[in-house]
Design a protein around this ligand. Sequence first.
Ligand code: NOJ
Length: 568
Amino acid sequence: MLQTSWYKDAVFYQIWPRSFCDGNGDGIGDLWGVLERLDYIASLGVTGIWFSPLYPSPQADFGYDITNYYDINPEYGTLDLFRQVLNGAHERGLRVIMDLVVNHTSDECAWFQESRLSRDNTYADWYIWRDGKTPGAPEAGGTPPNNWDSLFEGGAWEYEPARDQWYLHIFAKKQPDLNMDNPQVRSEVKKIMRFFFFFCVDGFREDVITYISKTPELPDDSPLKPAARGMRYYDHGPRVHEYLREFRNGALSHYDCMTVGEAPMITPQKALEYCAEGPNQELNMVFTFEHMGADCFFTEWIPRPFDLRIYKQALSRWQTGLAKGAWNSLYLENHDHPRIISRYGSEEYRVESGKSLAASYLFLRGTPFVYQGQEIGMTNTRLESVEESADVSTLNQYRRYRYLHIPKGTLMRLVNRATRDHARTPMQWNANQGAGFVGGSGNAEPWFPINPNYTSINVEAAEADPDSLLAFYRKAIALRRKLDVVRNGNYREFKHHSSVLYAYARESERQRLLVVCSFAGKLAYYSASDDYDLRKGELVLANYADAPLQGNAFFLRPYECRVYLWKD
Ligand code: NOJ
């Protein structure tokens, strides 16, 4: 099969299905809702959709705990409905990629249900089972095979009396890790891929794919390590490249598809091992975490105020680091991070900072992803108590820190800073009760409380305002898709040391684009270099009505951004 690089011209919209749009009026987002909103998605100018997991799941981690990889969660619809959504998307020129979660399954998955029954059934070796260091149940003094931590929930091992053994779970207890060293498991992964290619999906976002190979001896980690003990033995584990190549040769390479692998702790150097273009390429790109101010899920709990210099450094490092030979992914939000305006921008200058943030990443080299609600500037919500959280990671982190006697007030501040709930409040479609999220009569309780600011921040209001953030996203995406230099140009950063401005250029032989973004609520000054004569450039995008210049310089108003184009 001829593999093309269509993904390099793509712009994706991420749907986290539970909170996108409820079509059948039960308060839970679903595929009926997606079907209704396909025109809206296409109207953004994006060219693809990434679906967070749609599969049946007990929802311990909202679909990242799958019971059946070959079906659709009945709350979201059916395979037939999925086919309709897929056809509807394709008719509108939208590609569709699925979430592929194969580091772990749900503990309610039939494979695990059988695996846990005995040491010699068909699925006995599908998960990572080991004898305890000290034999027996924990109540009887038995101890786990090693000292690893799970990232979501205490220790990484859970005891199973029927086998008198422990299973490994890097995430929550309800997410047992698959044993990728078992060839049957790898065959199943390829089967899942082919199943969805048969439906004509266009690729996969591969969940924590860099964790799938564990050091077989599963050695103890240093007891002095404060958290995430064990990670060094499974992050970029010994056979990960071998397995990814097997998936490529055995399934992916037969289709003109794309893959983006989630890679929590990764450097550009390491990313090249996965993504360097050539016969051994394993993934088309990776999702990195560095520009999100966190290198892994739980480190977001460590309070670090936004520092523009760190953000810029991370972006520049990745832009230049992959320039020769690999492709970048670009994102500011997804279902795992708080809302970007609340985090990196300003709720006071919500629209201005939302636009500046958009410009700061949409013209970089790579494939951009826009998360549902980001385009209308949804902001963080507020939890009064931890019981209001629906997020397994938040609840467990809270318990862990309570155990260390950190006062409740301090902890709630951390929760409100870091919880994934912020990204998961229902999409705000209009100012009516239910925010237009709840379908049917609109009277059902939404599964998670809608952010009270839906009365002013919603799609309908944004559609009515030509200066809205939504309108800006549409313009910026259209511009990005029109300009060759955004796909092919070199990257050059200016004012590297500034703590208020991010300025970068994309340069090719025939076009040059200069993007200048302010991240300050006060005036900032930008003077362009001599080879960028602002008076001769065309202002192609801005977030203020006028754009006065002072010679070859200008003052930026709060969160102002400007994009200039030169056609040489
Ligand atoms: C990464 C996903 O994005 C996140 O939502 C999930 O909790 C973990 N992987 C575990 O699957």
